[in-house]
Design a protein around this ligand. Structure first.
Ligand SMILES: Nc1ncnc2c1ncn2[C@@H]1O[C@H](COP(=O)(O)OP(=O)(O)O)[C@@H](O)[C@H]1O
Ligand SMILES: [Mg+2]
Ligand SMILES: [Zn+2]
Length: 554
């Protein structure tokens, strides 16, 4: 097909929006692919929608290939379904009422609705079943940013698998891992398949597909030896060994006037900051105080915190702290605190300096198990000085965009929603489920982040808005048209730039829009019947006969 630029809605811009930092945000707006309508709300203009549809078709082919059945579930969803699964507390849910006062949500994902339909699966003979759709997701994200990277409304491909048992689920999960690897490869996006945190989705195991990009919000932790890679939200790496002072028979109080930081405390006592512990109080939804305890030189990883406590937590107010601990932040510790304590694994062995729950005092020689009874969990953020849990190797950290996320849900949704089936042994059981998401706009953003230069986007051929961009210079209209037709006949999608603009502007737009091949017809073409063919990625240029174009570039 041939699209004429003169007739397209293709508003390109020389300058990026003032607030755009991410390259994909700048280039997708400048290239006329997307426009912002409100915070985190974007329209796909015709060129952007072509890319989106190409991504969609690749995903469709690969999910169909593993047995997926495409359907469509509504966006507007009865709140009742979300109450039944207990996901009604989530802050990011948009809620609304209809004119009769009935409650609805705009779903973050469609687990509830998919499980609602799965109630019609009755026998093991109908399993496994894999359903999927492409549909709008809504999320009241507090800080939309980065163009398509974090938005409040987007199209997701979400699939839902229903099985008899765990081995069945494992097989669907692995099929999705392989399908996702093919999807990202076909889209020209480099993405790592790593262990991840299930978060609000719940379930037993999850994996993220992370596309390395500076503008991304996720961090991948890699081992230099290639035997370990995980999302930092779950990466359990080995902390450096701290130098601990000699053990004490019982905790001893020490005055630490004016000390409010770990570094200040370590300096005053002349010890390694890793020989201290840091108390991080939080409150649950009903206001109950709980305590997370990590080594003094560590940072708390928020995703691990929520996972360890099994519920979302909030920062307490100064009054709540005073009431629960009898002291202010800076002198808080586990001894004497009566609520739930979760300590990081790093504190399992040895003695540490801890707050005394008395302003201006700390305790030396505080030992978990002897002086307080915590639960242990992984709470700390992987640090640059950590080593690989598999081989002890050095770690590397890379920013990335989460383009896909897959979950083993088990019976978390089928139990409360009553999605049961009759198994071969005559017993009724809950369906064993998995769910699998990909954000299409995120894939576009990741492709641009990974593939652009100072002049614009360099689209992977598979998802480019057009395969070829034919630039028509004054006087060469006829031969340009011939070139476009030859390319189109060879099966390429062609953008014919027949606009009444200067050559320089057309070339700048061609680079910005980023189609893989640029074909230029100018005055000289009239003499020799040849056109300039330039490869967007490499910049290589050759002059070809119009008649040979098709077989050269197809
Ligand atoms: N705010 C968002 N903006 C754009 N895409 C998103 C957003 N949130 C999620 N996605 C896409 O949907 C996929 C599945 O999301 P999910 O894992 O359910 O959400 P989250 O990672 O926010 O908990 C993600 O891997 C990503 O591709
Ligand atoms: Mg996710
Ligand atoms: Zn390693």
């Amino acid at each position: 097909m041939i699209a004429k630029a003169s007739q397209l809605f293709l508003p390109t811009l020389r300058e990026p929006p003032a607030d755009a930092e991410a390259a994909s945000h700048q280039l997708l707006v400048r290239g006329g692919f997307i426009r912002q309508v409100g915070a985190g709300l974007w329209s796909f203009l015709p060129l952007g929608w072509r890319v989106h549809q190409k991504v969609e078709q690749i995903i469709r082919e690969e999910i169909d290939a593993i047995g997926g059945q495409e359907m469509l579930m509504p966006v507007l969803t009865p709140f009742e379904l979300w109450k039944q699964t207990g996901r009604d507390y989530i802050d990011e849910i948009f809620r609304l009422k209809d004119r009769k006062g009935a409650d609805y949500v705009l779903p973050l994902t469609h687990e509830e609705t998919a499980t609602f339909h799965a109630r019609e699966l009755q026998s093991y003979r109908q399993l496994p079943t894999l359903l999927y759709h492409f549909s709008i997701k809504e999320r009241d994200a507090p800080r939309p940013r980065g163009g398509l990277i974090r938005v409040r409304e987007f199209v997701m491909k979400d699939s839902y698998s229903f099985d008899r048992d765990e081995p069945g689920l494992d097989a669907q999960f692995e099929a999705h891992q392989r399908a996702y690897a093919r999807i990202f490869e076909r889209c020209g996006v480099k993405a790592y398949d790593v262990e991840a945190e299930p978060g609000m989705m719940g379930g037993s195991e999850s994996r993220d597909f992370l596309a390395p990009a500076e503008a991304g919000e996720n961090v991948i932790v890699f081992c230099e030896n290639g035997d370990f890679a995980a999302d930092i939200e779950v990466a359990r790496t080995i902390p450096r060994a701290a130098t601990l002072p000699d053990a004490l028979g019982a905790p001893e109080e020490v005055a630490t006037p004016g000390v409010t930081t770990i570094d200040g405390l370590a300096e005053l006592l002349g010890i390694d900051p890793g020989a201290t512990s840091k108390a991080m109080p939080h409150v649950t939804q009903d206001g109950t105080m709980v305590l997370a305890l990590i080594r003094g030189d560590d940072r708390l990883e928020e995703a691990k915190l929520a996972a360890a406590f099994g519920e979302p937590l909030w920062p307490p107010t100064d009054e709540q702290i005073k009431e629960a601990f009898g002291a202010a932040g800076g002198s808080l510790g586990p001894i004497g605190f009566s609520g739930r304590i979760v300590a990081d694994f790093a504190l399992q062995k040895g003695q540490y300096v801890a707050g005394a729950n008395r302003d201006g005092f700390h305790l030396r020689g505080v030992e978990a198990g002897r002086d307080y009874e915590p639960e242990f969990a992984d709470l700390r953020e992987s640090a640059a000085t950590d080593t690989c849990p598999m081989c002890g190797g050095t770690l590397r950290f890379e920013s990335s965009i989460e383009v896909g996320h897959i979950f083993k849900l088990g019976t978390k949704y089928s139990e409360p929603l009553g999605a049961r089936f009759l198994d071969e042994d005559g017993r009724e059981k809950a369906l064993v489920m998995g769910s699998y998401g990909i954000g299409l706009g995120r894939v576009m953003a990741a492709a641009v982040e990974q593939s652009h230069d100072e002049n614009g986007i360099v689209w992977p051929r598979s998802i480019a808005p057009y395969d070829a961009h034919v630039v028509v210079l004054a006087g060469a209209e006829e031969i340009a048209q011939q070139a476009a037709e030859t390319l189109s006949a060879a099966g390429l999608d062609v953008l014919l730039d027949d606009r009444d603009q200067r050559a320089g502007e057309k070339f700048a737009d061609a680079d910005l829009i980023g189609c893989p091949i640029r074909v230029t017809a100018g005055k000289k073409s009239l003499e020799d019947g040849k056109v300039d063919v330039r490869d967007r990625a490499s910049g290589d240029e050759k002059r070809l006969d119009v008649a040979d174009l098709g077989k050269e570039v197809a």
